[in-house]
Write a protein that binds this ligand. Structure first.
Ligand SMILES: [Fe+2]
Length: 139
């Protein structure tokens, strides 16, 4: 389990969705690291791509809606970062559909998900929670 209490931003809806993302990711990373041949991991790669493609959109929408609700001043930058990540996921989906996934690509995809999620949740998303608390609004 990769989720850590310090990732919590203090907004239950968002924290629970982040937990779900980290859960999925940590399962996937275990599969990536196990000893089976990479070609036998392709089902899990496909499942993870499908999940990320769908859930990331759903989660980003909720997170952006929350930022709107609290009139978060950095919403536009945040939207852009989300859009870039969504595009990165779509690019992996395309690469997969073209049959271009191999061992190296699987590892790259897992590493990208992990670093992106940790950095984003620890930095940008934390600031949403801080702003909401400062404002004393609904958290
Ligand atoms: Fe975010």
């Amino acid at each position: 389990m990769m989720w850590k209490e310090r990732y919590r931003i203090g907004v239950d809806l968002i924290d629970n969705q982040h937990k779900e993302l980290f859960n999925r990711l940590s399962n996937f990373i275990q599969i990536v690291q196990n000893d089976t041949h990479w070609e036998d991991k392709m089902d899990d790669v496909k499942k993870t791509l499908d999940f990320m493609k769908e859930y990331v959109v759903y989660h980003f929408n909720d997170e952006e809606r929350y930022q709107e609700e609290i009139s978060y001043p950095e919403l536009e930058e945040h939207r852009e970062v989300h859009a870039n990540f969504r595009e990165a996921i779509n690019e992996y989906v395309r690469t997969f559909e073209e049959g271009q996934f191999n061992e190296k690509k699987i590892k790259e995809f897992a590493a990208k998900l992990m670093t992106w999620l940790i950095v984003h949740v620890c930095k940008m998303d934390q600031k949403i929670g801080e702003y909401a608390r400062e404002k004393g609004g609904k958290v």
